[in-house]
Write a protein of this length. Sequence first.
Length: 413
Amino acid sequence: MKILLMAQHYAPEEVSGAVLVTELAEDLAQRGHLVTFVTCAPNYPKGEVFPGYKNALYQTEIINGVWIIRTWSYITPHKDFWRRILNFVIFSLSAFFGGIIAGKNDVIMSYSPPLTLGLAAWLLSRLRRIPWVLRIEDLYPEAAVAAGLLRNRTAIRFFERLEVFLYNRADHISVISEGFRKSLLDKGIPKEKLSVAPLWADPDLVRPMAKENHFRKLHQLENKFVVMYAGTLGHTSALEEVIEAAVQLRANDTIQFVFIGEGVKKEHLLQTCQQKQLSNVRFLPFQPREDFAEMMAAADVNLVTLNPASAKFSMPNKVFNIMSSGRPILAITPSDSEVAELIQTWDCGVNIPNGNTGEIAEKINTLSQDHEYLEKLGKNGREALKKHYSRKNCVLLYEKTLQEAVDDYRDTN
């Protein structure tokens, strides 16, 4: 197949959601498909163009067999809502012209968010007379509303109408979980138009390793019980409750909280820890991809946190990296969230509902004294990951979805 992928980020250098779409493109190319990827200049997460790149009108490169077309976008380190919207809209416009440059393909798959990118993909699919698969990894505008990013009623109605417009016109819609699928069924999307392809991790790259390793030594974490959060420090991260738990555990000098990442809430979280004079919480930037497995192995437990409003509309891909690393998950999400259900299904961690900082602190203290239980949870997660959420299995599922979209389109047109 000749496959056109469209997504805002293609940046294998960073530990982010962009890694998955990068892996998908490269694996499809390795399997013999001709893959073109339309994206913008790499700039995640700081909103600064990577060294060696320019935010040019048009530039191309080939990485691991994938032809990458980078188009101009509005790139800024400022993350307020309307600048993000401007970024989404401008990239979506330029991506359409990138798709024109890409020539004729057999199928298009675009990623949402940004939701507006779907318009470019839809127009291209009609122009080229090929099927369009819409891949949804966050439900918009619900996720933006839940995070408190979108409050304007007129804007909410606009994005709700755009959402329905795109859902109705996509030839196929791929979602990350059964919960997302149910949400779209409730909106009247036909079940035959929907399929589930989960997020994944690569068990060959992210694997169990020695806990007392170079990462621990580098950051003075030897012989500590490390509670780690690795990911975007954004509006949905709900780490304030973890900091309150750290306050309650400050007298225990063996427990150390480590927050790794960047995001709009990092400065606020830093200031909170400084005001509370917490020596048991430290912040680190995103780590190089080649150090990722060792970083994950350095944790005793890994945090997954979502505020109650966002939990229904998000499934952080960090969940699967944690499972792959053989470490247990400590989730702070509502009891009916998909994260909580996944943990219960595979017995790979502990979930604590939001608003229970005392219980968070008590559970961390208990876990720090039960290494056999932690090892059991970690092994359960690793086995579930290999069977159900591995990179190889999931890429094959995507390939099947794309091929079926092509076959169905040819049968009906």
